[in-house]
Design a protein around this ligand. Sequence first.
Ligand SMILES: O=C(O)CCC(=O)C(=O)O
Ligand SMILES: [Fe+2]
Length: 305
Amino acid sequence: MTVTTPDLAQVAQNAADLASAAKRGVDTSAFDVPSGDWPFDVHPVAGYVGAMVAGIDLRTPMTATVLERLQRALAHYGVLFFRGQHIEPEHHAAFGRQFGNLRTPAPYMEVLESCPDVCVISTENGKAYLTDQWHQDVSWPERPTRYSILHMRAIPSHGGDTLWSSLYLAYERLSPSMQDFLTTLTVRHGQPGNVDAMHHDHPLVIRHPVTGRRSIYANPVFTQRINELTPGESQALLAHLYAHATTPEFTCRWRWQVGDVAMWDNCHVMHYALGDYHPHYRMLHRIEIEGERLLPAVPVACPVP
Ligand SMILES: O=C(O)CCC(=O)C(=O)O
Ligand SMILES: [Fe+2]
């Protein structure tokens, strides 16, 4: 592990920009990067979401400090990218276990025989064709998936990028009246096309457990309805929120190299794997880490036990 120093000129420039924006009355809260005594290099890849982290070898167990800082960086940036991590599946799973319990893959997923916590998503097994939609991973249980960790193994020569969007920004860029209204609502998340399967009601606006920032918690694949509205109202409002949440400025886009690892916090980002490379081959390994029950941004009459 190398401890790196931040780029001081850039840090000073960012601080000057923020001070000047605040003087002009601009709300700068979305830019407040946790002050950076990171024990690794952090390079943001877009304005609001995503950062590349260097100076960490994911095969080596982390110190408590590195683990805590990575969780803080995830809580702020939403998705972190680690280049050139040619890890084995056992390293992948061991890295993930340091953040919590691994979710057992659903029976319909292909897993590695040697390491059954690791799913294979490929064009060959067809699972790569299901992820070109905006979604959060496994959002329907009471304790939804918190983190997903993806290790890219094979890429097409072009295409196959992945996008992430910030659900913090989606909330923060709504009018105060709409923000207030949304915090009174709950959403049912369940598996698509099966209203009787496992489902759970979550607050529509959650409070992030690390930053305390508010985030929308809904996605077009797993959110079935807003419980307090009529079906027509629910559909119209969710459609508006999804269109708003995927505003290009609220997103980042990652051009993969083999060996890249991406880790994201499903509490406050959605993602979308671009399906623009067929019939070429793409394959990745993935694990998920279970989260806790979600916290409402304000007390809502959320029908959860
Ligand atoms: O293929 C990708 O880039 C992302 C796939 C996906 O949605 C996931 O692994 O959760
Ligand atoms: Fe996904």
